[in-house]
Design a protein around this ligand. Structure first.
Ligand code: ASP
Length: 587
Protein backbone atom coordinates (compact mmCIF):
# COMPACT_ATOMS: atom_id res chain seq x y z
CA UNK A 1 0.00 0.00 0.00
CA UNK A 2 1.52 3.34 -1.07
CA UNK A 3 -0.39 5.45 1.43
CA UNK A 4 -2.88 5.18 4.27
CA UNK A 5 -3.95 8.84 4.01
CA UNK A 6 -3.67 11.77 1.64
CA UNK A 7 -1.59 14.85 2.48
CA UNK A 8 -4.69 16.91 3.23
CA UNK A 9 -6.41 14.58 5.59
CA UNK A 10 -4.81 14.27 9.00
CA UNK A 11 -6.09 16.25 12.01
CA UNK A 12 -5.35 16.48 15.72
CA UNK A 13 -7.91 13.69 16.28
CA UNK A 14 -5.49 11.37 14.42
CA UNK A 15 -2.76 11.97 17.03
CA UNK A 16 -0.85 8.79 17.86
CA UNK A 17 -1.73 6.96 14.64
CA UNK A 18 0.90 5.31 12.52
CA UNK A 19 0.40 6.51 8.96
CA UNK A 20 1.97 6.32 5.51
CA UNK A 21 1.86 9.26 3.10
CA UNK A 22 3.13 9.70 -0.44
CA UNK A 23 3.60 12.92 -2.36
CA UNK A 24 5.94 15.63 -3.62
CA UNK A 25 8.47 17.58 -1.58
CA UNK A 26 7.14 21.12 -1.46
CA UNK A 27 9.55 22.79 0.94
CA UNK A 28 12.57 21.85 3.06
CA UNK A 29 13.60 23.78 6.16
CA UNK A 30 16.92 22.45 7.41
CA UNK A 31 17.84 23.98 10.79
CA UNK A 32 20.71 21.55 11.40
CA UNK A 33 19.32 19.75 14.43
CA UNK A 34 15.78 19.77 13.09
CA UNK A 35 14.49 19.36 9.56
CA UNK A 36 10.95 20.10 8.50
CA UNK A 37 9.69 18.98 5.11
CA UNK A 38 6.31 19.80 3.59
CA UNK A 39 4.88 16.96 1.54
CA UNK A 40 2.19 17.82 -1.01
CA UNK A 41 -0.41 16.05 -3.10
CA UNK A 42 -3.58 17.38 -4.67
CA UNK A 43 -5.44 17.13 -1.37
CA UNK A 44 -3.11 19.33 0.63
CA UNK A 45 0.15 19.66 2.52
CA UNK A 46 1.41 17.84 5.61
CA UNK A 47 4.50 18.69 7.62
CA UNK A 48 7.12 16.03 8.34
CA UNK A 49 9.65 16.37 11.17
CA UNK A 50 13.12 14.86 11.54
CA UNK A 51 15.20 15.44 14.66
CA UNK A 52 18.84 14.71 15.29
CA UNK A 53 19.27 12.20 18.09
CA UNK A 54 15.68 11.01 17.83
CA UNK A 55 15.35 10.21 14.12
CA UNK A 56 17.31 7.27 12.72
CA UNK A 57 20.63 8.50 11.27
CA UNK A 58 20.05 6.94 7.83
CA UNK A 59 16.62 8.49 7.53
CA UNK A 60 17.99 11.86 8.56
CA UNK A 61 20.70 11.68 5.90
CA UNK A 62 18.25 10.63 3.22
CA UNK A 63 15.98 13.50 4.16
CA UNK A 64 18.91 15.88 3.84
CA UNK A 65 19.50 14.67 0.28
CA UNK A 66 15.99 15.59 -0.91
CA UNK A 67 15.33 18.28 -3.47
CA UNK A 68 12.10 20.09 -4.35
CA UNK A 69 9.55 17.92 -6.19
CA UNK A 70 11.10 14.59 -5.19
CA UNK A 71 8.36 11.99 -4.88
CA UNK A 72 8.64 10.31 -1.50
CA UNK A 73 6.86 7.83 0.70
CA UNK A 74 7.03 8.23 4.47
CA UNK A 75 5.75 6.28 7.41
CA UNK A 76 5.57 7.72 10.87
CA UNK A 77 3.55 8.77 13.85
CA UNK A 78 1.08 11.64 13.93
CA UNK A 79 2.13 14.05 16.68
CA UNK A 80 0.81 17.39 17.88
CA UNK A 81 2.68 20.37 16.47
CA UNK A 82 4.49 22.68 18.81
CA UNK A 83 3.78 25.81 16.76
CA UNK A 84 0.50 25.35 14.92
CA UNK A 85 -0.36 26.78 11.51
CA UNK A 86 -4.00 27.94 11.45
CA UNK A 87 -3.78 28.58 7.65
CA UNK A 88 -3.40 24.89 6.95
CA UNK A 89 -6.17 22.29 7.53
CA UNK A 90 -3.44 19.88 8.69
CA UNK A 91 -1.70 22.68 10.59
CA UNK A 92 -2.14 21.20 14.08
CA UNK A 93 -0.15 18.02 13.45
CA UNK A 94 3.09 16.78 11.95
CA UNK A 95 4.53 13.33 11.21
CA UNK A 96 7.50 12.03 13.15
CA UNK A 97 9.09 9.95 10.37
CA UNK A 98 10.26 6.40 11.05
CA UNK A 99 10.52 5.04 7.49
CA UNK A 100 11.37 6.85 4.31
CA UNK A 101 11.65 6.00 0.64
CA UNK A 102 12.39 8.01 -2.49
CA UNK A 103 9.91 6.91 -5.15
CA UNK A 104 11.23 9.26 -7.81
CA UNK A 105 13.84 12.01 -7.95
CA UNK A 106 13.29 15.38 -9.56
CA UNK A 107 15.51 17.87 -11.27
CA UNK A 108 15.27 21.40 -9.91
CA UNK A 109 11.92 22.62 -11.28
CA UNK A 110 12.14 25.64 -13.64
CA UNK A 111 9.73 27.67 -11.49
CA UNK A 112 8.24 27.54 -8.03
CA UNK A 113 5.19 25.33 -7.59
CA UNK A 114 3.12 27.83 -5.63
CA UNK A 115 0.14 30.12 -6.22
CA UNK A 116 2.46 33.08 -6.65
CA UNK A 117 4.89 31.37 -8.97
CA UNK A 118 7.96 33.05 -10.42
CA UNK A 119 7.39 31.29 -13.77
CA UNK A 120 6.35 33.29 -16.84
CA UNK A 121 3.51 32.07 -19.01
CA UNK A 122 5.58 30.49 -21.77
CA UNK A 123 7.72 28.59 -19.27
CA UNK A 124 4.64 27.38 -17.44
CA UNK A 125 3.09 26.14 -20.69
CA UNK A 126 6.27 24.33 -21.64
CA UNK A 127 6.15 22.49 -18.30
CA UNK A 128 2.39 22.43 -17.96
CA UNK A 129 2.51 19.21 -15.89
CA UNK A 130 4.44 21.15 -13.25
CA UNK A 131 2.17 24.16 -13.59
CA UNK A 132 -0.82 21.87 -13.02
CA UNK A 133 0.67 20.91 -9.64
CA UNK A 134 0.07 24.46 -8.42
CA UNK A 135 -2.90 24.80 -6.04
CA UNK A 136 -4.51 27.51 -8.17
CA UNK A 137 -4.71 25.29 -11.23
CA UNK A 138 -5.78 22.34 -9.11
CA UNK A 139 -8.68 24.43 -7.82
CA UNK A 140 -9.56 25.43 -11.39
CA UNK A 141 -9.54 21.83 -12.61
CA UNK A 142 -11.73 20.82 -9.66
CA UNK A 143 -14.11 23.67 -10.44
CA UNK A 144 -14.28 22.70 -14.10
CA UNK A 145 -15.11 19.14 -13.16
CA UNK A 146 -17.85 20.31 -10.78
CA UNK A 147 -19.41 22.55 -13.41
CA UNK A 148 -19.44 19.72 -15.97
CA UNK A 149 -20.90 17.36 -13.40
CA UNK A 150 -23.67 19.80 -12.43
CA UNK A 151 -24.46 20.37 -16.11
CA UNK A 152 -24.97 16.62 -16.44
CA UNK A 153 -27.02 16.45 -13.25
CA UNK A 154 -29.33 19.20 -14.46
CA UNK A 155 -29.90 17.75 -17.90
CA UNK A 156 -30.34 14.27 -16.52
CA UNK A 157 -33.09 15.57 -14.25
CA UNK A 158 -34.80 17.08 -17.30
CA UNK A 159 -34.70 14.01 -19.51
CA UNK A 160 -31.86 15.01 -21.85
CA UNK A 161 -29.59 12.42 -23.50
CA UNK A 162 -25.89 13.10 -23.96
CA UNK A 163 -25.13 11.87 -27.47
CA UNK A 164 -21.72 11.96 -29.14
CA UNK A 165 -21.42 13.34 -32.65
CA UNK A 166 -18.44 12.77 -34.97
CA UNK A 167 -15.26 14.82 -35.08
CA UNK A 168 -14.34 13.84 -38.64
CA UNK A 169 -17.05 15.54 -40.67
CA UNK A 170 -17.50 17.52 -43.84
CA UNK A 171 -16.64 21.16 -44.13
CA UNK A 172 -19.88 23.02 -43.27
CA UNK A 173 -19.05 26.66 -42.77
CA UNK A 174 -20.55 28.31 -39.71
CA UNK A 175 -18.73 31.59 -39.86
CA UNK A 176 -15.16 30.62 -39.05
CA UNK A 177 -12.61 28.63 -41.04
CA UNK A 178 -12.53 24.85 -40.72
CA UNK A 179 -9.56 22.79 -39.69
CA UNK A 180 -9.25 20.12 -42.34
CA UNK A 181 -7.84 16.60 -42.12
CA UNK A 182 -6.47 14.87 -45.23
CA UNK A 183 -7.72 11.37 -45.92
CA UNK A 184 -5.06 8.75 -46.65
CA UNK A 185 -7.53 6.31 -48.12
CA UNK A 186 -9.30 8.86 -50.30
CA UNK A 187 -6.55 10.71 -52.13
CA UNK A 188 -7.25 14.38 -52.51
CA UNK A 189 -10.23 14.35 -50.13
CA UNK A 190 -10.49 15.87 -46.69
CA UNK A 191 -12.50 15.65 -43.54
CA UNK A 192 -13.17 18.78 -41.53
CA UNK A 193 -13.23 19.12 -37.76
CA UNK A 194 -16.58 20.49 -36.51
CA UNK A 195 -16.89 24.17 -35.62
CA UNK A 196 -19.81 22.89 -33.57
CA UNK A 197 -22.15 19.89 -33.80
CA UNK A 198 -24.84 22.23 -35.17
CA UNK A 199 -26.14 20.13 -38.08
CA UNK A 200 -25.83 16.87 -36.16
CA UNK A 201 -27.91 18.07 -33.26
CA UNK A 202 -30.55 19.22 -35.72
CA UNK A 203 -30.47 15.79 -37.37
CA UNK A 204 -30.93 14.25 -33.91
CA UNK A 205 -34.11 16.33 -33.52
CA UNK A 206 -35.35 15.01 -36.86
CA UNK A 207 -34.44 11.55 -35.59
CA UNK A 208 -36.74 12.09 -32.60
CA UNK A 209 -34.24 12.57 -29.73
CA UNK A 210 -36.04 15.67 -28.59
CA UNK A 211 -33.75 16.65 -25.68
CA UNK A 212 -30.03 16.41 -26.48
CA UNK A 213 -26.89 17.81 -24.94
CA UNK A 214 -23.19 17.15 -25.26
CA UNK A 215 -20.08 18.50 -23.60
CA UNK A 216 -18.03 18.63 -26.74
CA UNK A 217 -14.84 19.93 -28.32
CA UNK A 218 -15.26 22.40 -31.19
CA UNK A 219 -12.57 23.58 -33.60
CA UNK A 220 -12.28 26.94 -35.31
CA UNK A 221 -9.33 28.06 -37.37
CA UNK A 222 -9.67 31.75 -36.62
CA UNK A 223 -7.12 34.52 -36.55
CA UNK A 224 -5.42 34.86 -33.21
CA UNK A 225 -7.07 37.11 -30.73
CA UNK A 226 -6.39 37.41 -27.07
CA UNK A 227 -7.94 34.55 -25.21
CA UNK A 228 -9.16 32.47 -28.14
CA UNK A 229 -8.37 28.81 -28.40
CA UNK A 230 -8.45 26.93 -31.72
CA UNK A 231 -10.14 24.10 -29.82
CA UNK A 232 -12.58 24.82 -27.03
CA UNK A 233 -15.42 23.11 -25.22
CA UNK A 234 -19.12 23.75 -25.66
CA UNK A 235 -22.11 22.63 -23.69
CA UNK A 236 -24.13 21.99 -26.82
CA UNK A 237 -27.92 21.64 -26.45
CA UNK A 238 -31.00 21.17 -28.60
CA UNK A 239 -34.72 20.58 -28.01
CA UNK A 240 -37.62 19.76 -30.31
CA UNK A 241 -41.24 20.96 -30.03
CA UNK A 242 -40.18 24.20 -28.41
CA UNK A 243 -40.55 27.92 -28.88
CA UNK A 244 -38.05 30.56 -27.83
CA UNK A 245 -39.74 30.91 -24.43
CA UNK A 246 -39.29 27.19 -23.65
CA UNK A 247 -35.63 27.31 -24.60
CA UNK A 248 -34.92 30.42 -22.53
CA UNK A 249 -36.61 28.92 -19.49
CA UNK A 250 -34.80 25.59 -19.71
CA UNK A 251 -31.34 27.11 -20.05
CA UNK A 252 -31.89 29.94 -17.64
CA UNK A 253 -32.65 27.05 -15.30
CA UNK A 254 -29.32 25.45 -16.13
CA UNK A 255 -27.33 28.60 -15.35
CA UNK A 256 -29.25 29.13 -12.12
CA UNK A 257 -28.54 25.54 -11.17
CA UNK A 258 -24.80 26.01 -11.82
CA UNK A 259 -24.65 29.28 -9.92
CA UNK A 260 -26.50 27.73 -6.99
CA UNK A 261 -24.69 24.40 -6.81
CA UNK A 262 -21.19 25.52 -7.69
CA UNK A 263 -21.02 29.15 -6.53
CA UNK A 264 -23.78 29.15 -3.92
CA UNK A 265 -25.40 32.19 -5.56
CA UNK A 266 -29.17 32.51 -6.01
CA UNK A 267 -30.40 34.59 -8.93
CA UNK A 268 -33.91 35.77 -9.75
CA UNK A 269 -35.35 35.83 -13.22
CA UNK A 270 -32.76 36.97 -15.80
CA UNK A 271 -33.50 40.35 -17.39
CA UNK A 272 -34.18 40.24 -21.12
CA UNK A 273 -32.80 43.05 -23.25
CA UNK A 274 -33.47 43.45 -26.93
CA UNK A 275 -30.42 43.69 -29.14
CA UNK A 276 -31.38 47.26 -30.11
CA UNK A 277 -31.75 48.32 -26.48
CA UNK A 278 -28.44 46.71 -25.51
CA UNK A 279 -26.69 48.54 -28.33
CA UNK A 280 -28.35 51.90 -27.62
CA UNK A 281 -27.90 51.87 -23.85
CA UNK A 282 -24.74 49.79 -23.33
CA UNK A 283 -23.01 50.06 -26.70
CA UNK A 284 -22.60 46.29 -26.68
CA UNK A 285 -24.52 43.12 -27.47
CA UNK A 286 -23.03 41.66 -24.30
CA UNK A 287 -23.76 44.33 -21.71
CA UNK A 288 -22.20 44.27 -18.29
CA UNK A 289 -25.09 45.18 -15.99
CA UNK A 290 -23.17 44.93 -12.73
CA UNK A 291 -23.14 48.73 -12.81
CA UNK A 292 -25.38 51.44 -14.30
CA UNK A 293 -23.92 54.34 -16.30
CA UNK A 294 -26.11 53.83 -19.36
CA UNK A 295 -25.59 55.69 -22.62
CA UNK A 296 -27.71 58.84 -23.21
CA UNK A 297 -28.61 59.84 -26.75
CA UNK A 298 -27.74 63.55 -27.01
CA UNK A 299 -28.08 63.89 -30.79
CA UNK A 300 -31.17 66.09 -30.71
CA UNK A 301 -30.29 67.92 -27.50
CA UNK A 302 -26.89 69.32 -28.13
CA UNK A 303 -26.41 70.35 -31.78
CA UNK A 304 -26.62 73.87 -33.15
CA UNK A 305 -24.09 75.86 -31.10
CA UNK A 306 -21.50 76.09 -33.85
CA UNK A 307 -19.32 73.19 -32.71
CA UNK A 308 -18.73 71.58 -36.08
CA UNK A 309 -17.78 68.15 -34.77
CA UNK A 310 -21.20 67.80 -33.14
CA UNK A 311 -23.18 69.56 -35.84
CA UNK A 312 -21.80 67.24 -38.54
CA UNK A 313 -22.31 64.04 -36.54
CA UNK A 314 -24.98 61.46 -37.21
CA UNK A 315 -25.02 60.59 -33.53
CA UNK A 316 -23.86 62.09 -30.23
CA UNK A 317 -23.94 60.07 -27.02
CA UNK A 318 -22.79 60.56 -23.45
CA UNK A 319 -22.32 58.76 -20.16
CA UNK A 320 -22.69 60.29 -16.72
CA UNK A 321 -19.98 59.31 -14.27
CA UNK A 322 -21.38 59.88 -10.78
CA UNK A 323 -19.38 62.00 -8.32
CA UNK A 324 -16.29 62.35 -10.49
CA UNK A 325 -16.41 66.02 -11.53
CA UNK A 326 -13.27 66.51 -9.48
CA UNK A 327 -11.24 64.24 -11.72
CA UNK A 328 -7.82 65.55 -12.79
CA UNK A 329 -6.79 66.70 -16.23
CA UNK A 330 -4.33 63.82 -16.35
CA UNK A 331 -7.08 61.25 -15.95
CA UNK A 332 -9.24 62.94 -18.59
CA UNK A 333 -6.27 62.82 -20.95
CA UNK A 334 -5.96 59.12 -20.19
CA UNK A 335 -9.60 58.57 -21.15
CA UNK A 336 -9.06 60.59 -24.32
CA UNK A 337 -6.05 58.48 -25.25
CA UNK A 338 -8.07 55.38 -24.50
CA UNK A 339 -10.85 56.24 -26.97
CA UNK A 340 -8.35 57.38 -29.58
CA UNK A 341 -6.45 54.07 -29.75
CA UNK A 342 -6.83 52.43 -33.16
CA UNK A 343 -8.82 49.50 -31.65
CA UNK A 344 -11.43 51.96 -30.38
CA UNK A 345 -11.14 54.54 -33.12
CA UNK A 346 -12.81 57.68 -31.72
CA UNK A 347 -11.48 61.02 -32.93
CA UNK A 348 -11.67 62.72 -29.57
CA UNK A 349 -13.50 62.94 -26.27
CA UNK A 350 -15.60 65.84 -25.01
CA UNK A 351 -16.07 66.23 -21.25
CA UNK A 352 -18.22 68.44 -19.07
CA UNK A 353 -17.58 68.66 -15.33
CA UNK A 354 -20.65 69.70 -13.36
CA UNK A 355 -18.86 71.25 -10.40
CA UNK A 356 -20.22 71.11 -6.88
CA UNK A 357 -20.73 74.90 -6.94
CA UNK A 358 -23.09 74.53 -9.91
CA UNK A 359 -20.69 75.82 -12.58
CA UNK A 360 -19.80 73.68 -15.56
CA UNK A 361 -16.33 73.34 -17.00
CA UNK A 362 -16.10 71.60 -20.34
CA UNK A 363 -13.53 70.90 -23.05
CA UNK A 364 -15.67 72.96 -25.49
CA UNK A 365 -16.31 76.06 -23.35
CA UNK A 366 -15.90 78.18 -26.48
CA UNK A 367 -19.19 76.88 -27.83
CA UNK A 368 -21.25 75.93 -24.78
CA UNK A 369 -22.11 78.22 -21.85
CA UNK A 370 -23.20 77.01 -18.44
CA UNK A 371 -26.78 77.57 -19.43
CA UNK A 372 -26.40 75.64 -22.67
CA UNK A 373 -25.11 72.67 -20.70
CA UNK A 374 -27.84 72.95 -18.09
CA UNK A 375 -30.48 72.90 -20.83
CA UNK A 376 -28.90 69.71 -22.20
CA UNK A 377 -28.55 68.08 -18.76
CA UNK A 378 -32.17 68.88 -17.97
CA UNK A 379 -33.39 66.81 -20.91
CA UNK A 380 -31.10 63.83 -20.41
CA UNK A 381 -32.53 60.55 -19.22
CA UNK A 382 -29.74 60.15 -16.71
CA UNK A 383 -29.79 63.77 -15.45
CA UNK A 384 -26.33 64.86 -14.28
CA UNK A 385 -26.18 66.26 -10.74
CA UNK A 386 -23.56 68.60 -9.31
CA UNK A 387 -20.27 66.70 -8.88
CA UNK A 388 -20.97 64.45 -11.90
CA UNK A 389 -18.73 64.12 -14.92
CA UNK A 390 -20.23 63.80 -18.42
CA UNK A 391 -18.20 62.12 -21.18
CA UNK A 392 -19.35 62.55 -24.78
CA UNK A 393 -18.47 60.91 -28.11
CA UNK A 394 -19.88 61.62 -31.55
CA UNK A 395 -19.78 60.32 -35.12
CA UNK A 396 -21.38 57.50 -37.06
CA UNK A 397 -24.09 55.99 -34.88
CA UNK A 398 -23.11 52.30 -34.78
CA UNK A 399 -19.41 53.07 -34.31
CA UNK A 400 -19.98 55.72 -31.67
CA UNK A 401 -22.25 53.46 -29.64
CA UNK A 402 -19.63 50.72 -29.64
CA UNK A 403 -16.93 53.24 -28.63
CA UNK A 404 -19.13 54.53 -25.81
CA UNK A 405 -19.69 50.94 -24.71
CA UNK A 406 -15.94 50.40 -24.41
CA UNK A 407 -15.42 53.74 -22.67
CA UNK A 408 -18.19 52.84 -20.23
CA UNK A 409 -16.38 49.63 -19.23
CA UNK A 410 -13.00 51.34 -19.06
CA UNK A 411 -14.27 54.18 -16.85
CA UNK A 412 -16.09 51.75 -14.58
CA UNK A 413 -12.92 49.69 -14.12
CA UNK A 414 -10.90 52.86 -13.54
CA UNK A 415 -13.18 54.17 -10.80
CA UNK A 416 -13.71 50.66 -9.37
CA UNK A 417 -17.45 50.79 -9.92
CA UNK A 418 -17.74 47.06 -10.68
CA UNK A 419 -18.53 44.64 -7.88
CA UNK A 420 -16.39 41.68 -8.90
CA UNK A 421 -18.07 39.35 -6.45
CA UNK A 422 -21.39 39.77 -8.23
CA UNK A 423 -22.99 37.58 -10.93
CA UNK A 424 -25.25 39.44 -13.34
CA UNK A 425 -26.70 37.19 -16.05
CA UNK A 426 -29.16 38.31 -18.71
CA UNK A 427 -30.58 37.41 -22.12
CA UNK A 428 -30.17 39.45 -25.26
CA UNK A 429 -33.03 38.75 -27.69
CA UNK A 430 -34.34 40.00 -31.06
CA UNK A 431 -31.09 39.95 -32.96
CA UNK A 432 -31.03 40.95 -36.61
CA UNK A 433 -30.91 37.91 -38.93
CA UNK A 434 -28.15 39.30 -41.14
CA UNK A 435 -25.15 41.52 -40.89
CA UNK A 436 -23.80 43.35 -43.92
CA UNK A 437 -20.23 42.38 -44.74
CA UNK A 438 -18.62 45.43 -46.31
CA UNK A 439 -15.53 43.58 -47.44
CA UNK A 440 -17.39 40.83 -49.30
CA UNK A 441 -20.32 43.10 -50.21
CA UNK A 442 -22.89 40.56 -49.09
CA UNK A 443 -25.06 39.60 -46.15
CA UNK A 444 -23.70 37.13 -43.61
CA UNK A 445 -25.75 35.35 -40.96
CA UNK A 446 -25.45 37.14 -37.64
CA UNK A 447 -25.77 33.86 -35.72
CA UNK A 448 -25.53 31.09 -38.33
CA UNK A 449 -27.48 30.08 -41.44
CA UNK A 450 -29.72 27.59 -39.60
CA UNK A 451 -31.30 30.33 -37.51
CA UNK A 452 -34.97 30.95 -38.17
CA UNK A 453 -36.25 34.44 -38.93
CA UNK A 454 -39.20 35.54 -36.81
CA UNK A 455 -42.17 34.20 -38.80
CA UNK A 456 -43.61 37.66 -39.63
CA UNK A 457 -40.37 38.59 -41.39
CA UNK A 458 -40.09 35.65 -43.79
CA UNK A 459 -41.52 37.74 -46.65
CA UNK A 460 -38.61 40.16 -46.34
CA UNK A 461 -36.19 37.55 -47.74
CA UNK A 462 -36.99 38.86 -51.22
CA UNK A 463 -37.46 42.54 -50.45
CA UNK A 464 -35.40 43.76 -47.49
CA UNK A 465 -33.27 41.06 -45.84
CA UNK A 466 -31.34 43.66 -43.82
CA UNK A 467 -34.53 44.37 -41.83
CA UNK A 468 -35.20 40.74 -40.91
CA UNK A 469 -35.19 39.79 -37.26
CA UNK A 470 -33.88 36.45 -36.02
CA UNK A 471 -35.41 34.08 -33.54
CA UNK A 472 -32.06 34.12 -31.75
CA UNK A 473 -30.79 34.80 -28.24
CA UNK A 474 -27.54 35.10 -26.31
CA UNK A 475 -26.92 34.53 -22.64
CA UNK A 476 -24.53 37.09 -21.16
CA UNK A 477 -22.84 36.88 -17.77
CA UNK A 478 -20.87 39.84 -16.38
CA UNK A 479 -20.32 41.29 -19.84
CA UNK A 480 -19.22 37.99 -21.37
CA UNK A 481 -21.28 36.10 -23.94
CA UNK A 482 -21.52 32.68 -22.34
CA UNK A 483 -24.09 31.13 -24.68
CA UNK A 484 -25.88 31.69 -27.93
CA UNK A 485 -28.58 29.91 -29.84
CA UNK A 486 -31.73 30.13 -31.88
CA UNK A 487 -34.94 28.57 -33.02
CA UNK A 488 -33.99 26.79 -36.24
CA UNK A 489 -35.39 26.69 -39.70
CA UNK A 490 -37.06 23.29 -40.16
CA UNK A 491 -38.45 23.74 -43.63
CA UNK A 492 -36.43 22.86 -46.73
CA UNK A 493 -37.71 25.81 -48.76
CA UNK A 494 -37.05 28.41 -46.07
CA UNK A 495 -33.58 26.95 -45.55
CA UNK A 496 -32.88 27.32 -49.27
CA UNK A 497 -34.07 30.92 -49.19
CA UNK A 498 -31.66 31.54 -46.37
CA UNK A 499 -28.71 30.15 -48.30
CA UNK A 500 -29.69 32.13 -51.37
CA UNK A 501 -29.81 35.31 -49.30
CA UNK A 502 -26.25 34.49 -48.24
CA UNK A 503 -25.27 34.44 -51.91
CA UNK A 504 -24.77 30.68 -52.26
CA UNK A 505 -25.43 29.21 -55.71
CA UNK A 506 -27.89 26.33 -56.15
CA UNK A 507 -24.95 24.01 -56.73
CA UNK A 508 -23.16 25.13 -53.58
CA UNK A 509 -26.34 24.72 -51.56
CA UNK A 510 -26.77 21.19 -52.83
CA UNK A 511 -23.13 20.23 -52.44
CA UNK A 512 -22.61 21.68 -48.96
CA UNK A 513 -26.00 21.41 -47.33
CA UNK A 514 -27.98 18.92 -49.43
CA UNK A 515 -27.92 16.42 -46.55
CA UNK A 516 -29.76 18.66 -44.11
CA UNK A 517 -32.19 20.15 -46.61
CA UNK A 518 -33.05 16.59 -47.59
CA UNK A 519 -33.56 15.63 -43.96
CA UNK A 520 -36.06 18.48 -43.58
CA UNK A 521 -38.21 16.65 -46.15
CA UNK A 522 -38.72 13.65 -43.85
CA UNK A 523 -40.69 15.02 -40.95
CA UNK A 524 -38.62 17.69 -39.21
CA UNK A 525 -40.14 18.88 -35.92
CA UNK A 526 -39.88 22.53 -34.90
CA UNK A 527 -36.71 22.78 -32.84
CA UNK A 528 -34.19 25.13 -31.30
CA UNK A 529 -31.25 25.15 -28.96
CA UNK A 530 -28.20 26.86 -27.67
CA UNK A 531 -24.52 26.26 -27.00
CA UNK A 532 -22.55 27.52 -24.02
CA UNK A 533 -18.82 28.07 -23.78
CA UNK A 534 -17.76 25.82 -20.93
CA UNK A 535 -14.29 27.38 -20.74
CA UNK A 536 -15.74 30.86 -20.38
CA UNK A 537 -18.25 29.85 -17.72
CA UNK A 538 -15.55 28.14 -15.64
CA UNK A 539 -13.21 31.13 -16.08
CA UNK A 540 -15.94 33.49 -14.82
CA UNK A 541 -16.63 31.23 -11.86
CA UNK A 542 -12.90 30.97 -11.12
CA UNK A 543 -12.58 34.75 -11.31
CA UNK A 544 -9.87 34.67 -13.97
CA UNK A 545 -9.75 36.71 -17.17
CA UNK A 546 -8.21 33.95 -19.21
CA UNK A 547 -9.81 30.69 -20.33
CA UNK A 548 -6.28 29.27 -20.51
CA UNK A 549 -6.29 29.13 -16.72
CA UNK A 550 -9.17 26.65 -16.75
CA UNK A 551 -7.94 24.39 -19.58
CA UNK A 552 -5.52 21.64 -18.59
CA UNK A 553 -3.39 21.84 -21.73
CA UNK A 554 -4.12 25.10 -23.55
CA UNK A 555 -2.51 26.58 -26.64
CA UNK A 556 -0.73 29.90 -26.22
CA UNK A 557 -1.96 33.19 -27.69
CA UNK A 558 -0.44 32.31 -31.05
CA UNK A 559 -2.31 29.00 -31.15
CA UNK A 560 0.81 26.95 -30.38
CA UNK A 561 1.23 24.10 -27.95
CA UNK A 562 4.61 25.00 -26.50
CA UNK A 563 5.07 21.72 -24.68
CA UNK A 564 4.51 19.56 -27.77
CA UNK A 565 5.90 22.17 -30.15
CA UNK A 566 2.81 21.95 -32.29
CA UNK A 567 1.83 22.70 -35.04
CA UNK A 568 4.98 21.25 -36.59
CA UNK A 569 6.07 19.79 -39.94
CA UNK A 570 5.48 16.07 -40.64
CA UNK A 571 7.87 13.68 -42.36
CA UNK A 572 8.04 13.43 -46.18
CA UNK A 573 6.77 9.83 -45.85
CA UNK A 574 3.66 10.96 -44.00
CA UNK A 575 3.00 13.62 -46.62
CA UNK A 576 3.42 11.09 -49.39
CA UNK A 577 0.96 8.71 -47.76
CA UNK A 578 -1.53 11.54 -47.55
CA UNK A 579 -0.95 12.50 -51.18
CA UNK A 580 0.14 15.97 -50.13
CA UNK A 581 2.92 18.25 -51.23
CA UNK A 582 3.95 21.37 -49.36
CA UNK A 583 4.55 24.56 -51.26
CA UNK A 584 6.90 26.57 -49.09
CA UNK A 585 5.66 30.12 -48.68
CA UNK A 586 8.06 32.53 -50.41
CA UNK A 587 9.58 35.01 -48.02
N1 ASP B 1 -23.85 26.07 -32.94
C1 ASP B 1 -24.00 27.39 -32.39
C2 ASP B 1 -22.64 27.95 -32.04
O1 ASP B 1 -21.68 27.22 -31.92
C3 ASP B 1 -24.85 27.44 -31.17
C4 ASP B 1 -26.28 27.13 -31.42
O2 ASP B 1 -26.91 27.79 -32.24
O3 ASP B 1 -26.80 26.23 -30.75
O4 ASP B 1 -22.51 29.14 -31.82
Amino acid sequence: MYRTHTCGELRLSDKGKNVTLAGWVQRIRDKGKMIWIDIRDRYGITQLIFEQGKTDENILNTAKSFGREYVIQVTGKVIERYSKNPELPTGEIEIFVTELKILSKSEVPPFTIEDNTDGGEELRYKYRYLDLRRPELQRNMALRYRVAKEVRNYFDKHGFFEIETPYLIKSTPEGARDFIVPSRLHPGSFYALPQSPQTFKQLLMIAGYDRYFQIVKCFRDEDFRADRQPEFTQIDCEMAFVEQEDVLNMFEGMMKHLLKKVMNVEIDKFPRLTYDYAMEKYGSDKPDIRFEMLINDLTDLIKGKGFKVFDDSEYIGGIVVKNQAGVSRKVLDKFTNFVKQPQIGAKGLVYAKYNKDGTIKSSIDKFYTNNDWKAVFEQMEDKPQPDDLVLILSGNKQETLVQLGKLRLHVAEYFEMIDHSKFAPLWVVNFPLFEWDDEDQRFVAMHHPFTSPVPEDIELFDTDPGKMRANAYDMVLNGVEVGGGSIRIHDAEVQKKMFRALNLSEDEIEEKFGFIINAFRYGAPPHGGIAFGLDRIVALFAGTNSIRDVIAFPKNNAGRDIMLDSPSPVSPEQLKELHLEIKKPKN
